[in-house]
Design a protein around this ligand. Structure first.
Ligand SMILES: [Zn+2]
Length: 308
């Protein structure tokens, strides 16, 4: 059999599926983005995943799939229902793809895949300990410890977006009291901006208004970044990373987000933990997830000799 040339990488979201062929070094050889049909039920979703993968089946070593929710590290099943996918709790994602494609499959949470991508081929490359956050509608986070993504006992490691920081602020849909995501994520920012009478479509609009001198937009942005900084500081105190990588749609604000975020993290974490901590933008943009899924697929068939 000829040597495999690529892994098939799938980054599944509630509305879109990003898919790619990824080399063993994490290069994206081909990339497509299609509607995921994730909310139309498991048959529609599996059709999408399998349909996209089939074209790249020749020459593929394995498949990696990242998806919202908690994915069990041992059997690759969805541990619980997630609002982003119409899949039942316990859905055997890895097993279903393995039997449909007749290839080895690795599955993990989407934020963990983004962390694996940024660590393997992006802004956290070479770091022993890294925190990779995705600031979009909510807060995703993946933590790299000693070069490996922390998965937790049943796949829920590193979920800092739903860590409680006290009882202030609006309630989160997940049910945790004092969860930070409604204050620290993009959706919450947009909702509060609208409640304040600002005409905004997305978080970027609130940042743009703040940059243009709108005092109420500026205050909302400050509050959001303060909450995010408090959240990230908890992770910084817990794992003492050398780098925090910030990606996701809201991170497109660049230094308008990063500069005050650095200050907020310094407010809420000890100087010993932040003095030489680097807080940098993500390098792979919206492809971090597929790069990480691809690298995870390669690991499934050829585990790295070091670090296991
Ligand atoms: Zn929550």
């Amino acid at each position: 059999m000829p040597a495999a040339t690529h892994a098939i990488a799938l980054d599944l979201g509630g509305t879109h599926l990003k898919a790619a062929c990824v080399s063993v070094r994490g290069e994206v050889l081909e990339f497509v983005c299609v509607p995921s049909r994730a909310l139309e039920g498991e048959d529609a979703l599996m059709d999408t995943l399998v349909g996209v993968s089939r074209r790249w089946r020749p020459g593929a070593a394995a498949v990696g799939v990242g998806c919202p929710g908690v994915i069990h590290p041992v059997d690759g099943a969805l541990v619980d229902v997630t609002p982003h996918l119409a899949l039942p709790a316990g859905f055997p994602l890895r097993e279903a793809l393995e039997s449909a494609l007749a290839l080895p499959v690795a599955a993990d949470n989407d934020a963990n895949c983004a962390a694996r991508g940024e660590h393997g081929a992006g802004a956290a490359r070479g770091a022993r300990v890294a925190v990779v956050i995705t600031v979009g509608t909510g807060i995703g986070c993946g933590i790299v410890i000693e070069g490996r993504v922390l998965r937790g006992a049943w796949g829920g490691g590193g979920e800092i977006g739903h860590m409680s920081v006290g009882s202030r602020g609006p309630a989160c849909g997940c049910g945790v009291a004092g969860c930070a995501e409604p204050m620290a994520g993009g959706d919450g920012l947009v909702q509060r901006a609208r409640a304040a009478g600002l005409a905004v479509h997305g978080a970027q609009d609130v940042f743009a208004l703040a940059a243009a001198g709108d005092a109420s937009a500026a205050r909302l942005v400050d509050e959001m970044i303060d909450a995010l900084g408090q959240q990230v500081a908890c992770a910084v105190q817990t794992v003492n990373p050398e780098v925090v990588v910030v990606g996701g749609g809201v991170a497109q604000a660049g230094e308008a987000l990063l500069a005050p975020l650095r200050a907020a993290i310094a407010r809420y974490a000890q100087p010993s933990h932040t003095r030489t901590l680097r807080i940098v933008p993500a390098a792979l943009g919206n492809r971090a997830g597929v790069v990480g899924a691809g690298l995870m697929a390669w690991e499934r068939v050829a585990p790295p000799a070091i670090g296991r």
